[in-house]
Design a protein around this ligand. Sequence first.
Ligand code: 86X
Length: 685
Amino acid sequence: MGVEDVKAAFEGLSIPWECVEHNPIEKVEEGLELDSIKSLGCSFAKNLFIKDKKAGFFLLVVTADRKLDMKKLPGLLGKGTKEFRFADEAALKEKLGCGKGAASPLGVMTDAAGEVTVVLDEELMGAAKIGCHPCQNDHTLALTPDQLKAFLAKYSHEPMLKAPAKIEEEAKVVGKKEGADSKGLEYTKAGNFPNWYQQVIHKSEMIEFYDISGCYILRPWSFSLWEAITEFFDGRIKKMGVKNCYFPMFVSEAKLNAEKDHVEGFAPEVAWVTRSGDGELEQPIAIRPTSETIMYPAYACWIRSHRDLPLLLNQWCSVVRWEFKHPTPFLRTREFLWQEGHTAHGSYEEADKMVMDILGHYKAIYEELLAVPVIKGYKTEKEKFAGGFRTTTVEAYVPATGRAIQGATSHNLGKNFGKMFKIEYEDKQGQKQIPWQTSWGFTTRSIGVMVMVHSDDTGLVLPPRVAPIQVVIVPIVMSGMNLDTLSGAASDLASQLRASGVRVELDDRDNYNPGWKYNYWELKGVPLRLELGPKDLEKRQVRVVRRDTNAKLDVPWSVLPQQIALLLVQMQHEMLERATALRDAALKTVVEWKDFVPTLQLGHMALTPFCNDEEATHFEELVKEKSKAEALAASGAEAEDARTSTSVAAKTLCIPFEQPPLPEGTKCFISGKLATCWVLWGRSY
Ligand code: 86X
């Protein structure tokens, strides 16, 4: 049996189908990562071919993340079943005509005798489309649940349907009974993203929760990442001549409101201190949501002559924005850490170079440190910082949710703030001038983006460049071995690595076994694990395991530092490569409205031709409304993703700096007017 037989069968039954070819995949998880399969937009089934001594063969077709316990299956399936085990490859071939790793309900074609009972997961049957291998694991067919059921019926295999609650309940009970490691993740990234994210950041000891909504404790494991970022960026801006400073976190009402235009839309987010001890303050005092109104009055004092320019200041601090939208650790918190840079220049060109250089550093933080690809671009008029002249941005993408997210912004403020705050100086000719200003900010949100992009069902996955610990050494103690030899070798390897500049930890705790330690460090995302057991001692080698791919290799002690250095660099590189491939696969060109919402529905971003004239804002609003309405009509979904409180409406992410050619006469996809540029759209955080 193979793809041609299956196709012929579908044709014979007049059931339509879609099929893609791909590299052979062994595990469901691999399939979920493949672009060709993603392009089908289908859910992927996990197929378990199992055998009961009495009742014979069963094929369980369940959601990819379904956890099943063999011991509980008789209770679930009945039919006189007693004890299940996995059927072997020969049986798979004989009964279902499928090769290894290609078990599929389509195999019932082979089972003319009706010896195999097919069990379908009801949740899976609720999917729009289901991916099935046509008895070979290098092709995938996308079928609707009805098409699959019709196929099974034609081959006289009436399936058993099982409710997910029931299956899950069985799994959960067992999970507790067997002490299924409650220290590990209980949710999968694909199955329940919000709960998965919460558990990843909490169980990895990045975040501790707090009793004020929207506020979180950054534990050393996440703060170290922030330190790696600050160190990198601080070094870069100091080379540009930027100096650090610190302004007060409080701002008087008079000052905050002096520039109504700037504060207006934001006013509801401002947090106020109104009391000290048990007395009311004479004047309420605001806590900075950003520092323009705090810094620029001082700039007006300091900038008098062209000799005072450029003024290049930055501060590292926290800011408070009392939002009422659903908070998400790192991504949207009421207090967050950032740097805010505010500069003033004597020429537009100089200011614009500053804006672009900073944007380059932001891109470098994302790509070189966090291994997250970003797209540079201009914000549209609608999305730019209203107080400024032009906003540039780096935009990231979270494949697991199909959502884009703003990574950081760098603004060319023009002379707007100079006029508002009366910042004036005398140029060389003695003329009064207003300086050109810039401002730019990068926040702890970046850490959340990194977690969402790279982490997996086992926990955090940290890019080596920012990992607080890059290598953990776990000695494997066996009874009857010489402990001194083992710990001597382990600490010797640790010091060699440390001497070569690797951040290494020797986990020689005697109250945990190696298995426990593996889980612990995997959860925390440490890039490389070194296992050192009796065999390794004998052979003077060590087993190295990569956190991102789980690849294992044995490395001789003699070349360990070189090999580790190489592996860390490789892993850093490959993490960015993988994330870039996923991001690129999600970038679709859309030239007609009819393809727009369907593209977003598949979790993609859309690059469209756009008019971008005086009416652009109107058309952006139109896209927002229409995309929301169409998405709701298409899926019967909620206006908001219930779990992440993110809207299904599309907005512009940016006008990418890198513009594909725009053929003469291309029409704007929404207004029908002549297009002047390509714009990137997406659902976003
Ligand atoms: C916009 C603009 C700008 C310096 C940056 O993006 C980088 C660093 N600032 C920030 N913005 C506000 O101006 C703002 C103002 C108030 Cl009063 C507020 F409550 C919230 C705000 N949020 C953003």
